[in-house]
Design a protein around this ligand. Structure first.
Ligand code: AMP
Ligand code: MG
Length: 394
């Protein structure tokens, strides 16, 4: 059997970052920056008031309380240059440019709020309530580095430095297709011998959580031709494809039967539990990467975490490797088959981890109650309670 690490390494060596493109910043949420972004101007671009109040010369209010004449207003957005002579003040609003000659702002709360004359009750030191040009960003400073995932605050600063468009690696478009004659669409009645189809929903959600765009193509029966036709039709919008089911050792394995003759997808047994039957390769004229995951719901989920998620990071131009792990103390004894790496569903609380009782690869409810996977190495078959283990938080 193929070691887990080698299977991941083969996948990571085969996938490539998507080509960068320019998008409107409006459309950049979730994409990854493909350029360093610098500010063309200092931010703030000019000295301005941090509060509503009065622009003053600090020396004129040093002996407060004082009453001084108000020569006018400066509002946010005022562009005209204005200067303040000795012994005079001007009303000023938050964000308004500081008049030349002024070196402090007295908040309105320290005054009687007068408009022709104002009584100022407290002195304001030089620099009071002034936001200096460039105190957030200097002209030419890089504000966002290539490889940054763009969230709301990143979209904010893109706009804040005047950008309308930005170069990004787009969110990979990932088509998810389930196979199985037994699968019934949730929301429809369950006939004899059937189960509701869950993998395409779960994997599409996992794709989206991983920062990519998930397209759920639903499910097909175990007819290889129906599978191939559906795959063909879906390929036009796919940067990657995930299938579930139809790759094991039985008969009626449509994914294996349809893709094996192409010679571009390799089906292997990977030394892991759950999730031993795995396939990976490329399909179609554009050589779209395809992950053919096993159908058992827990197997397909664990396979996604171990293999697909890191590959999606590579496609987004992000550093990728095996999932991050933490160390924890296990609260019950655990067992694991010899020669396979186990991923046991568990609940991680602080630095202890409790395996859930139902560890079958079909036991999806147990997975839904877990928040972590305990990793048991290939050469370990049992561990006593209290052992330190490696854990993948989910
Ligand atoms: P397979 O990998 O096709 O042999 O399927 C293995 C097991 O997973 C079988 O019990 C299937 O019924 C179940 N299974 C396969 N695909 C799905 C799916 N999309 N949703 C829920 N269960 C599935
Ligand atoms: Mg099947």
């Amino acid at each position: 059997m193929k070691p887990v690490d080698r299977h991941l390494a083969d996948i990571l060596a085969a996938v490539r970052p998507l080509a960068p493109l320019e998008v409107e910043i409006d459309a950049a949420l979730g994409a990854v920056l493909a350029e360093d972004v610098a500010s063309p101007v200092p931010l703030p671009p000019f000295d301005n008031s941090a509060m509503d109040g009065y622009a003053v010369r600090a020396e004129d209010v040093a002996a407060a309380p004082v009453t001084l004449p108000v020569i006018g207003d400066v509002a946010a957005g005022d562009g005209g240059l204005n200067a303040l002579g000795p012994g005079l003040v001007t009303r000023i609003m938050t964000g308004a440019p500081l008049p030349t000659g002024a070196d402090a702002v007295v908040p309105v709360e320290w005054t009687d709020g007068g408009t022709a004359r104002v009584r100022i009750d407290r002195p304001a030191p030089p620099g009071n309530a002034i936001r200096r040009a460039g105190e957030d960003v200097r002209a030419g400073d890089v504000v966002l580095r290539e490889g940054t995932r763009i969230g709301p605050a990143q979209i904010g600063i893109l706009a804040g430095v005047g950008r309308r468009r930005v170069r990004v690696r787009p969110r990979p478009r990932v088509v998810v297709l389930s196979t199985g004659a037994e699968l019934a669409e949730p929301g429809t009645p369950l006939g004899a011998g059937r189960i509701w189809e869950s993998n395409s929903f779960m994997l599409t959600a996992a794709v989206r959580e991983a920062g990519a765009e998930g397209f759920r193509a639903g499910s097909v029966t175990d007819d290889p031709k129906e599978f191939l036709d559906t795959l063909d039709a879906q390929l036009v919008r796919a940067d990657a494809v995930i299938t579930s089911g139809g790759v094991s050792m039985g008969a009626y394995e449509p994914v294996k039967e349809a893709l094996s003759p192409l010679g571009t997808v390799t089906f292997e047994k990977v030394a892991m539990q759950p999730g031993m039957p795995q396939g990976f390769g490329v399909v179609g004229p554009d050589q779209v990467p395809i992950f053919t995951l096993p159908g058992n719901p827990v197997s397909s989920f664990v396979s996604f975490v171990l293999f697909v998620k890191p590959a999606l990071r590579v496609m987004q131009g992000l550093p990728a490797g095996p999932p991050a792990t933490v160390r924890a103390t296990v609260t019950a004894p655990v067992r694991s088959p010899a020669g396979k790496r186990s991923y046991l569903r568990a609940v991680l609380t602080g630095d202890t981890v409790a395996p859930v009782t139902r560890q079958g690869s079909h036991q999806l409810a147990a997975l839904a109650g877990a928040n972590a996977l305990i990793v048991v190495p290939e050469d370990v078959t049992s561990l006593p309670e209290g052992s330190e283990v490696e854990v993948i938080p989910l």
